[in-house]
Ligand binder design. Structure first.
Ligand SMILES: C[S@@+](CC[C@H](N)C(=O)[O-])C[C@H]1O[C@@H](n2cnc3c(N)ncnc32)[C@H](O)[C@@H]1O
Length: 215
């Protein structure tokens, strides 16, 4: 499910030059994360990082964390690579592949300290709800890859999707809501406003942040 879209010349150049250095090829088998990053460190996964604004911000403010970005959209990956190079963020690795398969196959059980899912495609129409990423398979994959005490952070600007997420997560005994049962959290200060979030603000949407820990 790799999407090409429109890439600029600079992004195409970044993909060719930098993906071998900052990318990880998708693998059907669990990889050795310490070997991939060249060090042992807490590891976070951002799913669907878009153009990488939050990914780059997190990497700049958390030099002690190994950060993996999963995205299928080529131009976003090219955009993020340019920022990774110019900010010398050697502790970031990008994977151009479906995040579900990454969590199910490529990452070992209990290998992640945090999973971020920020502003996933909301699939507004009822007949498209089955395409939403937050489903039982997603929660199984997150529960499998997160360490005990690890954090799942979801955010959306589509109120009904926020309720959908809360409903699914509250039913799942493997996750505990840090805000208290059924409640959303305030946007953590460290989380920068994303491109999709700004668009949501312009449209008058309110934003839901959800912070759950793995029991
Ligand atoms: C609505 S955008 C949000 C982008 C970014 N998080 C933000 O807030 O600006 C959703 C992104 O998720 C990516 N995406 C959707 N399904 C995915 C999947 N299964 N694996 C990885 N990325 C995915 C899309 O390509 C898109 O860039």
């Amino acid at each position: 499910m790799v999407r090409n879209g429109r890439t600029t010349a600079a992004q195409t150049d970044a993909l060719e030059r930098l993906l071998p250095r900052f990318g990880l090829p998708y693998s059907d088998d669990p990889i050795d994360l310490a070997a991939s990053f060249g060090r042992q460190a807490p590891t976070w996964l951002e799913i669907g990082f878009g153009n990488g604004d939050v990914l780059l911000n997190m990497a700049s403010t958390h030099p002690d964390v190994n950060i993996i970005g999963a995205e299928v959209h080529e131009s976003g990956i090219g955009h993020a690579l340019i920022g990774i190079e110019s900010n010398e963020l050697s502790h970031v690795r990008l994977i151009q592949h479906d995040a579900m398969e990454i969590m199910e196959n490529m990452l070992a059980p209990g290998s992640l300290d945090k999973v971020l899912l920020l502003f996933p495609d909301p699939w507004h129409k009822k007949r498209h709800h089955k395409r939403r990423i937050v489903q039982s398979d997603f929660l199984n994959a997150v529960a499998r890859t997160l360490k005990t005490g690890g954090m799942l952070h979801c955010a959306t600007d589509w109120a009904e999707y926020g309720e959908w997420m809360i409903e699914k997560l509250e039913q799942d005994e493997r996750f505990s809501n840090t805000a208290g049962a059924g409640l959303a959290s305030a946007r953590p200060q460290w989380r920068p406003v994303t491109r999709f979030e700004r668009r949501g603000h312009r449209l008058g949407h309110s934003v839901t942040d959800l912070l759950y820990t793995r029991r």
